[in-house]
Ligand binder design. Structure first.
Ligand SMILES: NC(=O)c1ccc[n+]([C@@H]2O[C@H](COP(=O)([O-])OP(=O)(O)OC[C@H]3O[C@@H](n4cnc5c(N)ncnc54)[C@H](O)[C@@H]3O)[C@@H](O)[C@H]2O)c1
Length: 250
C-alpha cells in the first residue's frame, strides 16, 4: 500500500494510461479523483475502483473548469498529495499539414492543461506539506518522429516544463517528474486501428518501433508513474523516466 491515505488527481483518468494509473493507485491505497472530459467513462472508472474515489468532468484546457475541479477535490478530501497530468492527444500531421486551429487545440490540452492543473493544485499541495506531480510526456520528445509535429512539440514542452516546475517548487517539498512512454496499446490506438485499411500491417509497424518488438501495456506505464509518485522516488525530481521497450535507444 504505497499510497495509503494519499489523495491523487489523475487527468485523462477515464481511459488508457490514466485509467490504468487510477486503478493501480487505488490498489495502493490512494483515494483517486478520476478527472476527464468524458464524464460517463470517468464515473465508470471511479465506481469500479471504489476506495472512496470520485469522478469529475473537466476539460483541462479550460481554466474555470480546472479551478472548480481542484476546489471540488480539495473540499471532498481536504488535501491533494499527487497530481498526474496525463490528459492529452495526438494529431498525425507535419507542420505544413497541421491546421492552425488544430495546433492551438492540441497545445491547449497537452501543454496548457498541465500548466493550469499544476497552477491550481500546487498551492493546495504546498498547504498540505508537499506532494508529487507526474506529467505524461513521450519518448518522441527525445527522438522525434515523422508526421506528428504539434504532438512532438507539446511533449518537448512538457519535458522542459517538468524541469522548470521541479526547480521552482522544490522548496515546497513538491517533486515534479515526467514519464516518457513508448508506443502503448490504448483506446487511442484502437480507434486508429479501426480506421486503418490494413490494421494488421499497422500493428506490426508500431510493434517494430521497439527492440522488444511489441507495444507496451498501459499498466507498464502506470507502474512507472506509481514509482515516481510514491515516496520510493523521494530523491527524484526533474527527471524523465523513459519506458519505451528500448525504442529511443536504436
Ligand atoms: N498511447 C501511447 O502510445 C502514448 C505514448 C506516449 C504518450 N502517451 C500519452 O499518454 C497520455 C494518455 O494517452 P492514452 O494513450 O492513454 O490515450 P487515451 O485516448 O486512451 O486517453 C486519454 C484520456 O484523456 C482524456 N482527455 C483528452 N482531452 C482531454 C481534456 N481536454 N480534458 C480532460 N481529459 C481529456 C480523454 O477523454 C481520455 O479519457 C497522453 O498524454 C498521451 O499523449 C500515449
Amino acid at each position: 500500500m504505497r499510497l495509503n491515505n494519499k489523495v491523487a488527481v489523475v487527468t485523462g483518468g477515464a481511459s488508457g494510461i490514466g485509467r490504468a494509473t487510477a486503478e493501480r493507485f487505488a490498489r495502493e491505497g490512494a483515494r483517486v479523483v478520476v478527472a476527464d472530459k468524458n464524464h460517463l467513462a470517468a464515473i465508470e472508472v471511479a465506481q469500479r475502483i471504489g476506495q472512496d474515489s470520485m469522478a469529475i468532468a473537466v476539460d483541462v484546457s479550460d481554466s474555470k473548469q480546472v479551478q472548480s475541479m481542484i476546489r471540488e477535490a480539495h473540499e471532498r478530501y481536504g488535501r491533494i498529495d499527487i497530481l498526474i497530468n496525463n490528459a492529452g492527444f495526438g494529431i498525425a500531421a507535419t507542420v505544413v499539414q497541421t491546421d492552425e486551429e488544430d495546433w492551438d487545440r492540441l497545445m491547449s490540452v497537452n501543454l496548457r492543461g498541465i500548466f493550469l492543473c499544476s497552477k491550481y493544485a500546487i498551492p493546495v499541495m504546498a498547504a498540505g506539506g508537499g506532494g508529487a506531480i507526474v506529467n505524461t510526456g513521450s519518448y518522441t520528445a527525445v527522438v522525434g518522429i515523422a508526421g506528428r509535429a504539434a504532438y512532438v512539440a507539446s511533449k518537448g514542452g512538457i519535458v522542459s516544463l517538468t524541469r522548470a516546475m521541479a526547480i521552482d517548487h522544490v522548496g515546497q517539498n513538491i517533486r515534479v517528474n515526467a514519464v516518457a512512454p513508448g508506443t502503448i496499446a490504448s483506446p487511442y490506438f484502437d480507434a486508429i486501428f479501426a480506421n486503418s485499411d490494413d490494421p494488421v500491417k499497422l500493428r506490426a509497424t508500431l510493434e517494430a518501433r521497439a527492440p522488444m518488438n511489441r507495444m507496451g501495456r498501459a499498466e507498464e506505464i502506470a507502474n512507472a508513474i506509481l514509482w515516481l509518485a510514491s515516496d520510493e522516488a523521494s530523491f527524484a525530481t526533474g527527471s524523465v523516466l523513459t519506458v519505451d521497450g528500448g525504442t529511443s535507444i536504436w
